[in-house]
Design a protein around this ligand. Sequence first.
Ligand SMILES: N[C@@H](CCC(=O)N[C@@H](CS)C(=O)NCC(=O)O)C(=O)O
Length: 288
Amino acid sequence: MSDTYTPPDVWTWETESGGKFASTNRPIAGATHDKELPVGKHPFQLYSLATPNGVKVTVMFEELLAAGHHAEYDAWRIDIGEGDQFGSGFVEINPNSKIPALMDRSGDTPLRVFESGSILMHLAEKFDAFLPQSGPERTETLNWLFWQMGSAPYLGGGFGHFYAYAPEKWQYPIDRFAMETKRQLDVLDRQLAERPYIAGNAYSIADMAIWPWYGQLVLGRLYDAATFLDVTSYTHVMAWAEKIDARAAVQRGRMVNRSFGEPHMQLHERHDASDFDTRTQDKIAPSS
Ligand SMILES: N[C@@H](CCC(=O)N[C@@H](CS)C(=O)NCC(=O)O)C(=O)O
């Protein structure tokens, strides 16, 4: 990394920084173009993409449905590579222009919910599921939910960015964020050595928040970094990740709003439970 850069007195936005996603990065908030969002027939309208933050919420919906709750939802795909998150309709729901964003239309007045942790809490409280109503178990679940919200940016925006997406490999940031990512994995490993799920004996929104990042990391699905980070040494995280991965609702949740990977795993939009059988990309756009 060059050691000759001297920051100017005032930073100005002059050039693209390079690297993946550079073309959509901007130093200003707000909409770049007018675009209304579609609205489907169900009480919950989700606007998202199958990144780890998006998967948290689609897993929650599929878990709620699997548990018998009336949590039917329409899931619309927001292509963040194309800048859909800067459309006027999306920005009205999430002024931070990031997926996932939810419109809860189940009440008299539509309610916007953004930030994946806020969405998980909102749904958990609405359906009284995957989050104890009170007591130490509730506090512990929220401890880990908020741990994830604060920690994952070091994994994604820090380690993932410099290891996989930056235009060049620079040792300083990779070392810094690999160290922090491994420390976080060790935090989880020690926690999971003592209990089956993150917050105790019950599967909860804390697992749903943490698994898409740290579970998928140790399963080798994030940044192709499993060997580099020696993930198999975190044996309790590995066992927990595999256990969660085997859940049918998790397998369905991973497919929703997904537009990469194997065609049979991609369900671009989800409007009905039957879509998993009939509307995956291998079925609606079979390669010839
Ligand atoms: N703290 C937010 C983070 C959401 C987030 O970073 N979403 C990313 C995809 S994983 C995104 O929409 N990026 C688009 C952009 O930065 O323009 C949450 O948990 O909901």
